[in-house]
Design a protein around this ligand. Structure first.
Ligand code: SOE
Length: 368
């Protein structure tokens, strides 16, 4: 059986997922056969060009024509577009992958998770960093008790693409469209990894900052639009199991391009991960004098046997291949054990909302 995949959105994430779908037959032959069946977008000229480049059989300008005639619907649109098409697909019984964060606000995320519950089909929130071999290796270390009792989780996601005040305005700068800025775009990934590696976020104290409050509109000489979301956030948090956590993300961290780092400290050891060195994990074991750099490229390491011999490293794009292989296998087998699903996406959205509420109230807030 070949799964027909319909995809809404054809820019950055459209390319990442189309590339992943194209890699499956060669590197994950046990995953279901898939067809890049239909690409959805509004601008017909750009859409047709993208469909050719990304290898889609056909195009559509209205997602309503697509959601009930594909075997899986990928919603890769801006955050404010995640809810309506995804809920319509679920109501038609179609499994859905939505890019992260799940939505632009908590109410929409709750509606998406409810629709997923009612539909009873696989869903995915595309937190792709769960599919880095080194992150899976880290999870296995923690679950095997190698770090002992976890005391600290520390996550930072630093970029610098907006530090130039002349960098143009985009939907990511608008509260109605994005929901939040660095918090939802980058912090969502870190909060999801905290849930994956350690436990749920129970209580937060958040701080948001906007450094540049208006930006030029690309192609519109002299026109500017307001920035209504955060450029950076930091938060302290308590995680399930009395774990002390700190979270931070910025789009103004000069010199950092896509620097997502995770650190976990336990009673018996510690680990450190950096996305800019994603094939490695720094591990401190109880009896060692210092951190050991583990090159996570052995064939016994998660996902590595699908690629190359030890030391032939992989990259950012491979995380999408792993994510697609896992999700589409769950779709083909109609399994309900795929994670991160819409309920995981909602749990992250609740933490995002609590961080924003804490910033507004200036006090600690429980994550409901
Ligand atoms: C922001 O620039 C961004 O593209 C995020 O939206 C992605 O989720 C992240 O993986 C890389 O950076």
């Amino acid at each position: 059986m070949t799964l027909k995949v319909g995809v809404l959105g054809y820019r950055f994430m459209g390319k990442a997922h189309a590339n992943a779908l194209a890699r499956l037959p060669m590197f994950f032959p046990e995953a279901p056969a898939v067809e890049r069946h239909v690409l959805v977008g509004r601008d017909e000229a750009a859409l047709n060009d993208a469909a050719d480049r990304l290898g889609f059989a056909q195009t559509a300008t209205d997602w309503r024509e697509v959601v009930d005639e594909v075997d899986a619907f990928y919603n890769l649109g801006p955050n404010h577009v995640h809810a309506e098409p995804s809920i319509a697909a679920l109501e038609a019984g179609t499994p859905v992958l939505s890019e992260k964060p799940l939505a632009n606000d908590l109410e929409s995320a709750e509606a998406m998770a409810e629709a997923a519950e009612s539909a009873g089909v696989p869903t995915a929130t595309a937190f792709n960093y769960r599919f880095v071999p080194a992150i899976r290796y880290a999870k296995n270390l923690i679950e095997d008790g190698e770090l002992g009792e976890v005391h600290h989780f520390r996550g930072r996601y630093l970029q610098d693409w907006l530090v130039d005040p002349e960098a143009p305005w985009s939907w990511r700068n608008n509260a109605e469209m994005a929901g939040s800025g660095a918090l939802g775009d980058l912090g969502a990934h870190t909060i999801d990894l905290a849930r994956f590696l350690v436990g749920d976020v129970e209580r937060v104290s958040g701080h948001l900052r906007t450094f540049v409050d208006e930006r030029p509109v690309e192609g519109e000489e002299g026109e500017t639009r307001p920035v209504t979301v955060d450029d950076a956030y930091s938060a302290q948090a308590e995680l399930e199991g009395d774990v002390m956590a700190t979270f931070e993300a910025s789009r103004f961290a000069n010199g950092h391009k896509n620097d997502h780092t995770i650190e976990v400290h336990g009673s018996e050891g510690s680990l450190k991960f950096s996305l800019e060195r994603l094939n490695e994990l720094e591990v401190l074991r109880d009896d060692s004098r210092g951190y050991e750099t583990v090159l996570v490229t052995d064939e016994s390491d998660p996902y590595v046997d699908h690629w190359w011999p030890p030391g032939h490293v992989i990259g950012w794009e491979h995380t999408f291949v792993h994510e697609n292989a896992e999700f589409l296998s769950a779709v083909a087998e109609d399994r309900d054990d795929y994670h991160p699903d819409f309920h995981d996406g909602l749990a992250v959205q609740r933490a995002l909302a609590a961080i924003e509420e804490s910033d507004e109230r200036g006090e600690w807030v429980d994550v409901k």
